[in-house]
Write a protein that binds this ligand. Structure first.
Ligand code: ADP
Ligand code: MG
Length: 353
């Protein structure tokens, strides 16, 4: 129960806000369950005209997203965008709407950065704040991708150690925080907190089919349903061990690794085509490689070459993430200890996290 007492005390001492306290700016995104805006506090007009906050107006699932963000802030704050406040704004319509406020972390998601012809060098510049003197080439690209992977896995390990499965890991939900010069996870709208049974019966229809693991359901259908209210249960850690729900996110992270290594998979159509091919190979990456390598174009060849550096250590990590059976996939923590990360990354200094 400590967690709830703490949450209550913390809330007492934090400022509270209502909708009128904010001015909305540019729309950043719109999904089926909410709209996201850039904005600022109306009391103290921010010096930056665009606003230093991000505001999400959410429908029925807003309550769960607020819960997840509160929990992340207390347990693993550095994993996700800085959450400031969430509230229910009652309106004349029944139910009202939920508002969530974060600090504006930066202009670009990993998706935006991957669309650039400069990728991954554009990320190198953002992480280091300068351009490296090393010549461009596979080795340097591999170091950058390695650093990005490390940051994503580090953030993911924080979530998983807290008991949260994100379920919507994709480049669009990974933001580059310009303040801390590292990638953070956003959009906990589809997340499940299994240790306390929040959002336990998953809304599978929310998930992005381009990045979902083949199992679709993160818990076996035989497991009893957990309470829907935020009531802590003691049995959840056991269920976690039985089902390894975190491996769902690992599969999605493996696909991001693939997209970074293979330029041809960075487009929607490229990724969808890859998913089709992999399914035809029964989700066996080695079989997929055998099937495409003989007729591989320069972009695919480049990806294999990058993953084959240092005795194929990158390929080894990738194949430990993208596997059909969740149980055979590595965890975020184990992945971070993989020899792929032993080599020097971008700069030893840049990831003293
Ligand atoms: P949804 O996907 O449900 O529309 P997200 O939470 O993913 O909502 O936010 C939508 C977009 O808004 C993100 O892809 C990102 O571009 C931007 N965004 C969200 N949170 C932040 C933040 N804290 N800082 C900067 N940009 C953000
Ligand atoms: Mg999103």
């Amino acid at each position: 129960f400590d967690m709830f007492v703490l949450a209550f005390v913390e809330r007492l001492f934090r400022p509270t806000f209502k909708k009128d306290d904010f001015v909305l700016g540019k729309k950043l995104g719109e999904g089926a369950f909410g709209v996201v805006y850039r904005g600022s506090l109306s009391q103290k007009p921010s010096s930056k005209k665009e606003g230093d906050l991000v505001l999400k107006k959410a429908t029925e699932y807003g309550a769960v997203e607020i819960w997840m963000n509160e929990r992340v802030r207390r347990a693993c704050a550095s994993s996700c965008a800085d959450f400031i406040y969430g509230f229910l704004e009652s309106s004349s319509k029944k139910g009202g709407e939920y508002w969530l406020i974060w600090r504006f972390e930066g202009e670009s998601t990993l998706y935006d950065l991957m669309q650039s012809k400069e990728f991954p060098y554009n990320v190198e510049t953002m992480i280091l704040g300068e351009v490296q003197a090393l010549p461009k080439g596979l080795e340097r690209e591999d170091r950058i991708i390695q650093t990005i992977m490390r940051q994503i896995l580090f953030a993911l390990d924080g979530l998983h150690s807290t008991g949260i499965v994100h379920r919507d890991i994709k480049p669009q939900n990974i933001i580059f925080s310009e303040g801390s010069r590292q990638f953070k996870i956003i959009d906990l709208g589809a997340a499940a907190d299994l240790r306390v049974g929040i959002n336990y019966i998953p809304k599978e229809f929310l998930l992005d089919p381009r990045y979902t693991a083949p199992e679709q359901y993160i818990m076996s259908t035989q497991t009893p349903s957990a309470p829907s209210a935020p009531v802590a249960t003691a049995l959840s850690p056991v269920l976690w061990q039985m089902n390894l729900p975190d491996r769902f996110d690992i599969y999605s992270t493996g696909l991001i690794f693939m997209q970074m290594a293979f330029p041809s998979l960075r487009t929607d159509s490229g990724l969808i085509q890859f998913n089709r091919q992999l399914k035809r190979c029964d989700y066996d990456l080695v079989a997929w490689r055998k099937s495409v390598q003989p007729r591989a174009g320069p972009e695919l060849r480049k990806g294999f070459e990058l993953l084959d550096l240092d005795g194929g250590i990158g390929w080894e990590l990738l194949t430990s993430m993208v596997r059909y059976k969740a149980r055979q996939r590595t965890s975020a923590k184990a992945a971070l200890a993989h020899p792929y990360f032993d080599r020097e990354g971008l700069l030893a200094l840049s990831f003293m996290q």
